[in-house]
Design a protein around this ligand. Sequence first.
Ligand SMILES: NC(=O)c1ccc[n+]([C@@H]2O[C@H](COP(=O)([O-])OP(=O)(O)OC[C@H]3O[C@@H](n4cnc5c(N)ncnc54)[C@H](O)[C@@H]3O)[C@@H](O)[C@H]2O)c1
Length: 353
Amino acid sequence: MAGIGYWGSKHVRTMRSLDSVSRVVVIDPSEERVAKLRHSFPEVDGHPDLESALPHIDALVIATPPSTHADLACAAMAAGKHVLVEKPFATNLADAHRMVDTAAEREVVLMVGHTFEYHAAVWALREMVARGELGDLYYVDTARLNLGLYQHDVNVLLDLAPHDISILNYVLGSTPTSVECWASRHAHRRLEDIAYLRVRYDEPHIEANVHVSWLDPCKVRRVTVVGSEKMVVFDDLESEERLRVHNKGVTQPEESGDLSLPPMSYRYGEVVAPYLVVNEPLALEDEHFVDCVLTGMRPLTDGHNGLAVVEVLEAAQLSLKERREVFLEEVRRGSTSLARLRQPAVAHSREAV
Ligand SMILES: NC(=O)c1ccc[n+]([C@@H]2O[C@H](COP(=O)([O-])OP(=O)(O)OC[C@H]3O[C@@H](n4cnc5c(N)ncnc54)[C@H](O)[C@@H]3O)[C@@H](O)[C@H]2O)c1
């Protein structure tokens, strides 16, 4: 376990509870954090860095600051270890590709911690969409807001939007074609603390609006899917009725040319909260990772799943910089100004020769 801060310590708890895990080893440069964790769990070994821990581990979970994910993951995979990387999988597309390529070369398991893809409410949402229960899909709206924990190496977009993008890709069974992003800095001098994304999908043809914020008085964790027949709200702050299906809708009557008639007719029906058995998504995710390590099975959220979300984040960052809609194809071709900026110096000098 690399990184035993807020989230890594939760992984330690879930990993310790798995029968298939014989020993948990933690890696963190903070002696204080390691000492504190060992106070609660004396059987856990502590190391200050990956190198000293490598001989003692078969697999690694990375819950360190995002800018450290790729180097740690590649170093562990180069040593033949299986890796689960927390979101954001990487802070840029080149790093995401480096991880996916290293996993393929070393034939190790690479998984991304897209926790919501292990959430029963998100599975149910995907089923409803796949069965066409909502009718024609109109749009999706997501809000992940709070007076949140500011990160020091990534903005709110990279911190929170991976959750929503992974939910959208999973529920729609697709990846977007283009992204537009607006974001601004308020309480932080360097990092954007509020962001809005418009994410367009071609198949199904739908737009999603994503709002993420570290600077909002109200905690909100909501995904709304609106269709012509029904509307569904997934509210992760609800303990009982996380998913509510509203049998409501609006239709335009046949054009009669009579402007005295109301322009729309409204349908109000029942609200149903399907019964869901919600096991802790993080525990399911960790258990799945260990199963994949033991059996060689490909994770549900593999490196390519992580890469697909980083493509959207990269496109969103470019959209923010250039104030325009960015097509995912541009990002995949590596022809964007961000990709050129990030090319290693040696590539520039070769071009110069
Ligand atoms: N899936 C989720 O729902 C979810 C929720 C929260 C956080 N996260 C992710 O988990 C990661 C960690 O977030 P956090 O809030 O726990 O951060 P945090 O700042 O609380 O903890 C990070 C820890 O990593 C340690 N660290 C730094 N560099 C390291 C290195 N090179 N090797 C080992 N340890 C190192 C730090 O000392 C610290 O203890 C982030 O990527 C974050 O996005 C995921």
